[in-house]
Design a protein around this ligand. Structure first.
Ligand SMILES: [Mg+2]
Length: 220
C-alpha cells in the first residue's frame, strides 16, 4: 500500500498531469505479462500437456489462479529459452492506446526480439520493448527507465511493482487480475484496459487525481 507521503507526492503532480491530460499529451507505458499477455495460461497449459507434476490444483486450467504460479526449476530452465513457448501465448486484452514503451521483467535469451515477434503476430501496437529482468524472471526496478521515458502513467499487474512505481511519483494503475484481487489498489485499480481509452485519457486521469486529492484531504 501507499502511505500519505506517497499520495502527497502524486497529488503534487496532479496539476501538471491534468494539464497534460487536457492537451492529450500524457505519456503512457505498459507491462506485458499479466497485462496484455496471458503467460500464466500458457505455463499451465504446458505443465498439463507434458503431465508435469503440477504445483497447483487440477481445476486450474484457466487463468483463474489467485496466486502466481511457478514452474518447477528444471522445467522453467528449459521453457525460458524456448521460443515457441513465448510465441504461443495468448493476448488477455489489447491496450486502447499506443504506449511510449513496454517494460517487462522478461530476461530470457532474445527476449526483446521474441517479444516483438509475438506482438507483430498478435497485431499489438509496437513501441520500444525493454526487457530488464534476469534469466530467472526476477523482478527488476522499472522506475529509472520510466523516468528516462518521462512516463506519466504506467499499467501493472504486480502489486510490488505497482507500489514501487507509485512511490517514485509516476502514476501507476493496477489492472484487475485474479492474482492481485486481494490487493488494495484504491482508485488506481481498473477492471479493464479500455478504461484508459484514448478518447477519455483526460477524464480517466482527472478522476484518479480527484480520488487521490479526496484521500489526502481526508487524511490531513
Ligand atoms: Mg506483469
Amino acid at each position: 500500500m501507499l502511505n500519505e507521503n506517497d499520495l502527497m507526492r502524486l497529488r503534487n503532480r496532479a496539476d501538471e498531469l491534468e494539464q497534460r491530460a487536457l492537451r492529450g499529451g500524457l505519456r503512457l507505458g505498459s507491462d506485458i505479462d499479466g497485462v496484455i499477455c496471458n503467460h500464466y495460461q500458457r505455463l499451465i497449459s504446458v505443465l498439463i500437456e507434458e503431465k508435469i507434476d503440477c504445483v497447483f490444483p487440477d481445476h486450474w486450467t484457466l487463468m483463474d489462479s489467485m496466486q502466481s504460479i511457478a514452474a518447477p526449476p528444471n522445467v522453467w530452465q528449459r521453457l525460458r529459452d524456448d521460443k515457441e513457448f513465448w510465441i504461443g501465448m495468448e493476448v488477455i486484452e489489447f491496450l486502447p492506446f499506443v504506449p511510449e514503451l513496454y517494460c517487462t521483467s522478461r530476461g530470457f535469451a532474445n527476449a526483446q526480439e521474441i517479444t516483438r515477434q509475438w506482438m507483430v503476430e498478435k497485431t499489438i501496437p509496437l513501441a520500444p520493448i525493454h526487457c530488464i529482468g534476469d534469466r530467472e524472471g526476477n523482478r527488476a526496478n522499472k522506475v529509472p527507465l520510466l523516468w528516462a521515458y518521462d512516463i506519466d502513467i504506467f499499467v501493472e499487474d504486480d502489486p510490488k511493482q505497482w507500489a514501487e512505481i507509485n512511490r517514485s511519483g509516476i502514476l501507476c494503475v493496477s489492472i484487475d487480475r485474479p492474482w492481485n484481487k486481494s490487493f488494495d489498489a484504491g482508485p488506481f485499480r481498473i477492471a479493464r484496459l479500455s478504461e484508459i481509452s484514448l478518447d477519455s485519457r483526460g477524464s480517466f486521469i482527472i478522476e484518479v487525481i480527484r480520488e487521490i486529492e479526496e484521500q489526502t484531504t481526508q487524511a490531513a
